[in-house]
Design a binder for this molecule. Structure first.
Ligand code: ADP
Length: 517
């Protein structure tokens, strides 16, 4: 059995600000189900890339190998108030007398079927609200110290400072965990293998050089081949520079980030390390996202029993103040409102959209200008445009189940989860042809329609004009009811489960063990 210490700043259902939390929460359980010890590679090679298999049947059929899994994951996360509040059976397993300015305790606990190590360091994490931002909406001034501490503590645990708690691999997720890789690299003596997964290159953890002396690393770490980035300290760059393996959350994004357009300044580093870089598409957690069992929905349905889906559309129209019309093509959006997500382009098209009789139901939060613009649009296009500004899991589920199509017009998208949920829920995804969006949605072009394999619509490039063309194509498809039903049903049958990705992670871990042995 391979013992993995995952390190991350978010884990669903305890704490989530985006897709990172979903993935960190779902992957341990998916790995647990990936197969018994010793058969993981055969699982990997027997995975059928082209066979669409309904995720529900896969998950229902999949035996759980809790007693003898191929991989056992323990996840280390900061002790934010929401995390500590969710623990019931925590025991202290290690103390740091002084972890970057104060005492800290590592708590071992189980919550939501997850094995956790929680870094309880009140001077760093006992703060209300967002894990990253103060009440003024600005980053906490000591974020560099807060996430260096997470890395340092995880590196110590990964090296086995706690008797009886040893790990073969430390798997760091995103910049908040990247320093674990750096501290392990500079430790003298045996260490576990290291993997870093990039969930979004846009977030790197970049701080002034003045932070470096406080990190307790040798001077050589602050170099072109290490943490140094244009004179600053860059945590993600450190992780990428020193990890044994680098992954990102789709094959498409793995290619894109080695280029200038999507590399966010680190494309050179990634080209240098391209031999250890792979893309593994995310899956979805079928216990949370399954329309047949989803208790957050007014009505449950499945691919074979679609009748009740209309009840969700009506409930969504009511909740969003939209005209109660079953025939109106209702487009959903669930998103952070930032320029990455391309929703400014949608604002540009709203007059036409409403004029064509389409409806929009948007759930989002983020940049104040975008929030205000959608609120104003909902007032202006009363009955056609509705929005909820904020973060709301129940509304997110209702949009997936009640919308006819789900729009994700991102300028870049490492994987994207909302389009995967949309496939599962029978909302036809309309996505930009970038990153994981391109990897997960089959465009309804003539060949795909003729072959009966289309699952959505792709738009390219990410411009208002291309968005309009995609919306026009969507309306044409909507009017062709048999074709629409086929695309919808194809999407619902697509394998968006963790089955294939989990097998790929197991194979990756195995390759690392072989390299280390
Ligand atoms: P990102 O991680 O870049 O925000 P993803 O598509 O990978 O984008 O993941 C977004 C996750 O966050 C999904 O689970 C989505 O349902 C959820 N989400 C995004 N915005 C909201 C919101 N306003 N309310 C509830 N859930 C949201």
């Amino acid at each position: 059995m391979i013992r993995v210490l995952a390190v991350a700043s978010e884990i669903y259902p305890l704490l989530k600000t985006g897709g990172l939390g979903d993935v960190v929460g779902a992957l341990p359980l998916a790995l647990m189900r990936a197969g018994p010890a010793g058969t993981a590679s055969s699982v990997a090679s027997s995975a059928k890339p082209s066979a669409p298999v309904a995720a529900a049947s896969v998950m229902a059929d999949a035996p759980t190998f809790k007693t003898n899994p191929a991989v056992d994951v323990t996840t280390m996360i900061p002790g934010y108030p929401a995390v500590l509040a969710a623990l019931t059976d925590a025991i202290a397993v290690h103390q740091f007398a002084d972890l970057f300015g104060g005492p800290a305790t590592v708590l071992r606990a189980n919550a939501a079927s997850l094995e956790l190590l929680v870094l309880d360091a009140p001077h760093l994490y006992a703060r209300a609200g967002s894990p990253y931002l103060g009440a003024d909406g600005r980053e906490w001034a000591d974020n560099g110290m807060r996430f260096a501490a997470l890395g340092a503590a995880a590196a110590a645990i990964g090296r086995g400072v706690v008797p009886g708690l040893t790990f073969d691999i430390v798997h760091a997720h995103d910049w908040q965990a990247a320093m674990a890789v750096v501290y392990l690299h500079f430790h003298n003596g045996p260490r576990p293998g290291t993997v870093i997964t990039i969930h979004n290159m846009a977030f790197q953890g970049r701080y002034p050089a003045a932070l470096f002396p406080r990190l307790g690393l040798p001077a050589s770490a602050f170099s072109l081949n290490g943490l140094e980035f244009h004179g600053d300290v860059n945590f993600l760059k450190g992780g990428l520079s020193y990890a044994d393996r680098i992954t990102t959350v789709s094959p498409g994004y793995a290619r894109e980030i080695t280029g200038v357009e999507h590399g966010m300044g680190l494309d050179g580093v990634l080209r240098h390390h391209s031999g250890i870089l792979t893309g593994i598409l995310n899956g979805i957690d079928d216990t949370v996202w399954n329309p047949a069992t989803d208790l957050l929905l007014p009505a449950r349905y499945s691919r074979g029993k679609m009748g009740k889906r209309a009840d969700n559309k009506l409930a969504l129209q009511q909740q969003m103040g939209l005209e109660e019309n079953p025939d109106a093509l209702l487009i959903g959006v669930i998103s952070r409102l930032t320029s990455q997500k391309g929703l400014d382009m949608l604002l540009d098209r709203l007059d036409t959209l409403a004029g064509d009789g389409l409806q929009l139901a948007l759930l989002g939060s983020g940049e104040p200008e975008l929030e205000q613009a959608f609120v104003a649009a909902a007032e202006w296009h009363l009955g056609s445009v509705g929005c909820v500004i904020g973060y709301d899991e129940t509304v997110a589920h209702l949009i997936q189940a009640g919308s006819d199509a789900l729009l994700v017009p991102s300028r870049f998208e490492p994987c994207g989860l909302t389009q995967l949920y949309a496939l599962r829920y029978g909302s036809v995804p309309v996505v930009s042809r970038v990153g994981g969006l391109a990897d997960s949605v089959i465009d309804a072009n003539e060949a795909a329609l003729a072959a009966g394999v289309a699952t959505g619509i792709q738009l390219w490039p990410a411009t208002p004009e291309a968005l309009q063309i995609a919306l026009d194509r969507l309306q044409t498809l909507w009017r062709d009811k048999p074709a629409w039903a086929q695309v919808q049903r194809n999407g619902m049958a697509a394998d968006v489960s963790w089955r294939r990705p989990a097998a790929q992670y197991v194979a990756l871990y195995r390759s690392l063990l072989v390299a280390h042995s």
